[in-house]
Ligand binder design. Structure first.
Ligand SMILES: [Zn+2]
Length: 228
């Protein structure tokens, strides 16, 4: 069996692993395979290419997700999306980093959960290649400028439109300057600063509507957070 040992530290992607009973960690009493726990596993690969766990160590348990039903609901939806967009044995380190960052912010901060979920979705879509055009009108090329007060996002054409071009587009979602700035930031900032901004509730509602419709259109599936 020894010849099948492999170190998988460098593969940051999704893989299926055979699992015989939970391996408890003495210090925490939690299982390394606990739902929404971040653990490090040493695996071995059998002759028929199946992986099994040899040893495991919990790195982060995101404790507050286990005691707050609202936080858990949002984390569950985030987890479903990550599961759906990743494929077995394909490296996905950007998505893993975004996933862990998002779980951490949901668990350890009191930031607005709808805002976190919206930012997560738009950033995930960008990683997947669905980066909307936000610098200029997708129809005529008119650049967006700071003195504009309203912005028009076309779901159909994956980006913003100037006001005249927006009039004949039924898929337009109107955005305030604040929401549009938040969108630009979420798409372009350093990943470590992704959740470092706050916006008023009206802007959160706009961003939430935009990301919900854009995500549904791109992933062909609706992700709805359960409310309790
Ligand atoms: Zn235009």
């Amino acid at each position: 069996m020894t010849k099948f040992w492999q170190c998988l530290h460098l593969i940051c992607g999704k893989i299926s692993v055979f699992y015989k009973g939970a391996k408890k960690t003495k210090s925490s009493g939690l299982n390394s395979s606990e739902y929404l726990a971040f653990s490090e596993f040493v695996l071995y690969k059998s002759a028929n290419d199946n992986y099994s766990i040899n040893s495991a160590e919990i790195i982060e348990v995101f404790y507050n997700l286990r005691i707050d039903i609202d936080k858990l609901s949002y984390a569950t939806e985030v987890s479903k999306m990550v599961f759906d967009v990743t494929e077995e044995n394909i490296p996905a380190s950007d998505i893993l980093q975004l996933f862990l960052n998002t779980l951490y912010v949901i668990s350890e901060t009191e930031k607005n959960l709808d805002l976190i979920f919206s930012i997560f979705q738009i950033r995930l879509l960008a990683i997947l290649g669905f980066l909307p055009q936000i610098a200029k009108c997708t129809n005529c090329g008119e650049p967006m400028t700071e003195d504009m007060e309203k912005f028009y996002f076309s779901i159909k054409d994956d980006g913003v439109k100037c006001e005249p071009c927006s009039r004949i587009d039924k898929s337009i979602i109107e955005l305030s300057k604040t929401t549009f700035s938040a969108l630009i930031y979420a798409l372009s900032c350093d990943s470590k600063k992704l959740y470092s901004f706050e916006i008023p509730n009206e802007a959160i509602d706009e961003l939430k509507l935009l990301t919900k419709i854009y995500t549904t259109q791109k992933l062909d599936k609706e992700y709805v957070v359960k409310k309790y």
